[in-house]
Design a protein around this ligand. Structure first.
Ligand SMILES: [Zn+2]
Length: 429
């Protein structure tokens, strides 16, 4: 088996999180306690925390995210890890080692782990922590011959990502282990407010650097259309298309691209007028191509709306009636076509989509539609520790959706060609 979308610390078992917390003299309690109280109305105190949660079993109720909820609720679970961990190089090395050993022992031959640092991390933090993670993975590989694990660093969407990228590139040149294990960069965490268009120049720089020095090439991975409460699903689909066209190699989740459009029937969705203008311009400029896939509003109507919104600000409400649902379907089909043309890969994480995407029913998951459309697809666990899942379970969900064993084998075999180093053309020279 092969797994390509996996967050290192989100893979920690509840036992590991418990041990980490018990052995940490100074947990950063506020990171967890404040958000937990805000979301769940439960006030917990550092002094009595481990008296109440005196075993991994007891900690499960705080740690596991097993009921559908908002991204913020999911984040509060991740914050428990952040609060209890020291997140120093020694711990990072140990976590990398232990998590990789656990996955290798489950029969996963190849994994790529994502790791994210504080937005205020210094160059020294990037150096020491990245090296520590690589060393941990290298140690695990020594115990499991023929198994491999690589590292992806997740950058912050809002700050310092260009600087952090340069630090990582210079570290690769200085250090052979990092050069061999670091294979990509990623953008994750809250996506609302951070349109892909803001990353266009950065993506071009990374792609140019990859071409100039393939031996240091990094794949671009990008979480998109996982959470889109601030806009219409249509705009979220456009974000997916733009991410692909700007050069991201693999896209995380893309729920909006494959979700059943009729679930929006009767709903009212809000988005900013800026977003709506971007969307109307997109529809107008690609009108012929998109309308091949279904009935979309008349061109004149779209042009008129765009003119009416000129110089306006604030928000707009869109009511989803039959026409809007049909338009969303056509846009999704167009988006799938564009991703196929660009060779972009979608990383689908069923349990994560079901719970963080609040999809209610298994059949609303986009994974089956993605597969049947011929889109390049890989199946992953995202945060198997917090979500209390594993790769086997994710494949079982796909089976329940109607994918056959042969389909799943095809996905596995194809995933071998979606490794970051291959996508970034690291071996082109
Ligand atoms: Zn993820």
């Amino acid at each position: 088996m092969i797994e390509l979308h996996n967050h290192l610390y989100g893979s920690l078992s509840v036992e590991m999180v418990y041990e980490m917390g018990k052995n940490n003299p100074n947990p950063r309690w506020n990171i967890f306690l404040e958000l937990h109280e805000k979301l769940f109305g439960e006030k917990l105190f550092p002094e009595t925390f481990f008296e109440i949660f005196d075993s991994p079993k007891k900690l499960e109720s705080l740690y596991y995210f097993t009921k559908a909820g908002s991204f913020e609720e999911f984040q509060s679970k991740f914050n428990l890890i952040i609060a209890l961990s020291k997140f120093d190089p020694d711990e990072i090395q140990e976590v990398s080692y232990q998590v990789a050993c656990k996955h290798f022992s489950e029969g996963i031959l190849y994994l790529e782990y994502r790791l994210m640092y504080s937005p205020f991390a210094s160059q020294e933090d990037y150096y020491s922590k990245t090296l520590a993670a690589c060393k941990g993975l290298q140690r695990a590989e020594k115990n499991y011959k023929g198994y491999n694990a690589k590292l992806i660093i997740s950058l912050h969407r809002d700050q310092n990502f260009e600087q952090a990228y340069l630090w990582l590139k210079s570290l690769m040149q200085e250090n052979e282990i990092v050069k061999n294990y670091l294979v990509g960069i990623d953008f994750c965490y809250i996506e609302e407010g951070f349109p892909p268009k803001d990353k266009f120049n950065f993506f071009q720089k990374v792609l140019e650097d990859n071409q100039k020095a393939p031996e240091y090439a990094l794949a671009i991975l990008y979480h998109v259309a996982e959470s889109f409460n601030d806009k219409t699903p249509d705009s979220a689909v456009r974000w997916v298309i733009e991410s692909s066209e700007y050069g991201a190699h693999r896209l995380g989740h893309c729920i909006a691209l494959g979700i059943e459009p009729s679930i929006y029937l009767g709903q009212v969705r809000k988005e900013s007028i800026d977003e709506r203008r971007d969307h109307l311009s997109f529809l107008i400029s690609r009108y012929e191509e998109i309308s091949c896939f279904g009935k979309i509003p008349e061109l004149k109507k779209l042009q008129k709306e765009l003119i009416q919104l000129k110089n306006k600000s604030g928000c707009i409400e869109i009511i989803y009636q039959t026409q809007e649902v049909e338009t969303l379907y056509a846009l999704q089909e167009y988006g799938i076509k564009r991703l196929k043309e660009n060779g972009t890969i979608v990383e689908s994480c069923p349990t994560s989509n079901l719970l963080i995407g609040k999809l209610d029913k298994l059949e609303f998951l986009p994974v089956k539609r993605f597969f049947e459309s011929g889109l390049k697809l890989t199946i992953s666990t995202d945060d198997p520790g917090i979500l209390n899942t594993n790769l086997q379970k994710e494949y079982e969900i796909c089976k329940q959706l109607g994918l056959s064993n042969i389909d799943l084998e095809t996905i596995q075999t194809n995933s071998l060609t979606y490794k970051s180093e291959i996508l970034a053309n690291r071996y082109s020279k």
